[in-house]
Design a protein around this ligand. Structure first.
Ligand code: 8ZB
Length: 484
């Protein structure tokens, strides 16, 4: 199949489907027409796209945790706890690492080991191994929509099983679940895998079932310049809509400077709408997702609550439709259900207190928005130019050329030349532009802001600043200053 942004032809989809559904025995539980009928019977309160549309109209920010364990009844107990004791507005099912790598045999081993030891030996819920009926038990046990969250380069079977299983939202995308997660998978391959997932969602849509799709916004974490993650989000939005997706949540990971974070939340849906329209796609529903701090966390739980709260503030003031919540156990690993619920309660307290407040549209905020818009457009226009109008082809070439370059990504298909650093206010700027297609004015802006930090710290801007920024939060700070 030649790479193109165009909708997959039905023959190609059917051919792949045979292969996908026979990769593990539970694939044969998938009966598309029956699954459509099942999805149609779900009450509106359990349909993510419907609930997000409601939240967007009301201007509220919903809170969603991450959570997943190996066994079905324990997973249900966990989700119920987060709903009832944490007040989660939306629920996840985080998938384990074996499943993310299509290693279903090893996931099966993890299930059996968990059964015999009596605690979860997997870092998530192995939905493919458990199968369609088990997913339905999960969905039927709670009162709010449930989303699949993972990090899978090839999620075709996972999507088939979980969507037939009644999940109404599927996270991930061809770039966002490849470049930050895999070392050796070509972008061209993941674009094709994810076109299958998006086409599947498109088929549900054509049969009257709306499934929400959410590209993974934060990429590698807290030092990704907003224009880079926005460019990836818009590309994945275009690729999804081309396959028939009608409901999208676009994500952004907290950088830590409030004005920059709010500017990023304001501009993300505007850019997606702009490029969808420019490329002639139909209008779709777009909501935003804000990720609380995706970097290192303090071990001290009291300090962790501070980090969590600051993320809740940015999500609320930026009017994100949803915030993905961290827990006081973030520095330690997978949280207990109590710690997970505590992170939710902290977040909801802040969201409730700020629900009627917005950040005033100051000159500074407008300037941040203007810079993010300009930078993202320069990247996206170059992607389209490289692809001769085709976003899929352009994306592959853009990664080759370093026109899109994700800092700190493990993928060998990412050039890895750019270096971000914080300015003196903690906003993420670019120290080394690598091959980003930015003009003089943008480069001067970044350089000037980083130079100001250098003057404040009495040192020349250098790679040391980048290192200091990475370790700063562990020392209780946002900006990595010399001598704390
Ligand atoms: C890219 C996402 C990383 C975040 C959390 C990590 C981290 C991963 C689970 C989970 C609760 C799980 N995470 N797996 N949280 N239950 N099974 O995702 O702690 O914050």
């Amino acid at each position: 199949m030649e790479l193109s942004v165009k909708q997959m032809d039905p023959e190609e989809f059917g051919r792949q489907r045979q292969e996908v559904l026979t990769a593990w025995p539970t694939g044969k539980e998938v009966d598309f027409d029956e699954a459509v009928a099942y999805q149609k019977e779900l009450p509106a309160a359990k349909v993510m796209a419907a609930k997000l549309a409601q939240g967007k109209a009301k201007g509220v920010t919903y809170a969603q945790p991450r959570a997943g364990v190996a066994l079905i009844s324990e997973h249900i107990e966990l989700l119920r706890y987060l709903q009832d004791e944490g007040g989660a507005d939306l629920l996840p099912t985080t998938i384990d690492s074996y499943t993310r790598q299509n290693r279903y045999k090893e996931a099966q081993g993890g299930i059996e080991e968990s059964r015999s030891i009596g605690r979860s030996m997997l870092n998530g819920f192995p939905a493919v191994n458990h199968g369609v009926m088990a997913c339905r038990r999960v969905v039927e046990s709670v009162g709010v929509p449930v989303q699949v969250r993972h990090g899978t380069p090839d999620a075709r079977l996972l999507a088939e099983v979980t969507l037939a299983g009644g999940f109404t939202d599927f996270e991930g995308g061809s770039i966002s679940y490849n470049i930050p997660y895999a070392k050796d998978v070509p972008v061209e391959n993941t674009i094709k895998y994810w076109q299958y997932v998006d086409r599947l969602v498109g088929l549900y849509e054509e049969n009257g079932v709306r499934i929400n799709r959410e590209p993974f916004g934060p990429l590698t974490g807290t030092l990704v310049p907003p224009s880079i993650s926005h460019a990836v989000g818009v590309i994945e939005a275009v690729l999804a809509v081309a396959q028939g997706v009608k409901s999208l949540s676009l994500g952004y990971g907290q950088c830590g400077n409030l004005i920059q974070d709010v500017a990023a939340l304001h501009t993300l849906p505007l850019l997606a709408q702009e490029y969808l329209k420019k490329l002639g796609y139909p209008e779709v529903m777009i909501t935003t997702v804000f990720h609380q701090w995706m970097g290192g966390f303090p071990q001290d739980e009291a300090k962790a609550y501070g980090v969590i709260s600051w993320g809740a503030v940015a999500a609320a003031l930026g009017k994100a439709t949803k915030v993905i919540v961290k827990t006081p156990h973030e520095a330690l690993g997978i949280p207990t259900k109590e710690a997970n619920a505590a992170g939710l309660r902290t977040t909801k307290q802040v969201l409730n207190m700020l629900r009627d407040q917005t950040l005033p549209q100051t000159e500074e905020l407008t300037l941040e928005e203007k810079m993010i818009l300009r930078e993202t457009r320069l990247i996206l226009d170059k992607v389209l130019e490289l692809g001769e109008g085709d976003m899929a082809v352009g994306s592959v070439r853009a990664f080759q050329a370093g026109v899109i370059d994700v800092p700190f990504a493990p993928s060998r298909f990412n050039v890895g030349k750019i270096l971000p650093a914080r300015d003196t206010t903690g906003a993420v700027r670019i120290l080394d532009f690598g091959c980003l297609p930015f003009d003089r004015e943008i480069r001067d802006f970044h350089q000037e802001r980083i130079a100001r930090r250098g003057r404040d710290e009495g040192r020349d801007p250098s790679f040391q600043m980048v290192i200091d920024d990475i370790y700063a939060i562990g020392k209780g700070m946002l900006v990595g200053r010399p001598r704390g």
